[in-house]
Write a protein that binds this ligand. Sequence first.
Ligand SMILES: Cc1ncc(COP(=O)(O)O)c(C=O)c1O
Length: 390
Amino acid sequence: MQRTVQNELEDIRNRGLLRSTRLVSGSQAARVTCNNRDVLLLCSNNYLGLADHPVLAAASIAAIQQYGTSSGASRLVSGTMELHERLEHAVASFKKSEAALLFNSGYAANTGIIPALVGRGDVVFSDRINHASIVDGILLSGARLVRYPHNDYRQLALLMEKHAKGRSLIVSDGVFSMDGDIAPLAELVDLKRKHAALLMIDDAHGCGVLGAQGRGSAELLGVGSDVDIQMGTFGKALGSFGAYVAVSAELRELLINRARSFIFSTSLPPSVLAASHAAIELVQTAEGDRLREQLSANTRFFRSSLAEAGFNIPPGSTQIVPIVIGSTITTMQFSEALLSEGLFVQGIRPPTVPVGTSRLRFTLMSSHTHNDLVGAVERISRIGHTLGVV
Ligand SMILES: Cc1ncc(COP(=O)(O)O)c(C=O)c1O
């Protein structure tokens, strides 16, 4: 029988995997309106609350007034605007790298960078639970994909002994987006040295949050200058949109010439560039430190309270806190029940996470108050008991 769109949708629905978006009103603040009721937002990556920060908004508005609303074309066509150049300098100085290059999103960065670095005959060693945009970048590149068990650098060492031929790239999330743990970067650096490989880290969830002044997971683990390619995004802790890669000047030039998502796409507009620049400056101030301290206090409280309540929380220390449930149906029931009690948190199902590991993925923000979180933990525990999850 020919597969129709209707068949496909029915199949997705029958497997409990149908996705749809929810309408929320207001900014990505601690509280939003969802389904006409006031709810606590526990699934946004606006970790430092910068998405509605007045300094970012003012910078954005001023940039529109001075530079207009669009960049007009790819930078290779209508030119680099002063705001692109200013932001790249700010990123390079923030990341202590020789150079930086902007991409239109984290997805565009990963699918542009990886095929620019490796191709047929090369090998990419990729953590089994790396973000989908990394996997797509590897598939696009035509290089051989060798997946290693999550964070298992001993297995990676064995796999590299066996398969590292031609040009090799090791790629890993810095902070894993659905598990909230951090990659063993020092061990990955040792392995990349041993095999003369390149090392790429996707720090979408570490940038702005981890390490001194929010420089990210590589800075936290003391290996900042040893990671060849540090990619990060502006759309999460930095409260804006788009992505960057911090690299050597030579690699930057190669990416400008080879990364198709850079070459064949209209570049980021002035409003976004200005907000990102304001955010990079803000995270390096005392206010940035204060927001990170608040986030970290919220994280400690939330993680320890859920663990005490008996939930299955994988080890970790970051602001991404999953409760792994397993069953897709129970996960979605849990998320619906929480929404009806005023907590907005998404159920995460395959293919985003491996089959049998469906989960609720909570994300904390510096803008949550202690009382918000006390109330949340009480409701999560009560509903968790009702559903037999704890
Ligand atoms: C680890 C990781 N990399 C890349 C991306 C993609 O970034 P963006 O949302 O800017 O496309 C995301 C999130 O969406 C992510 O979690």
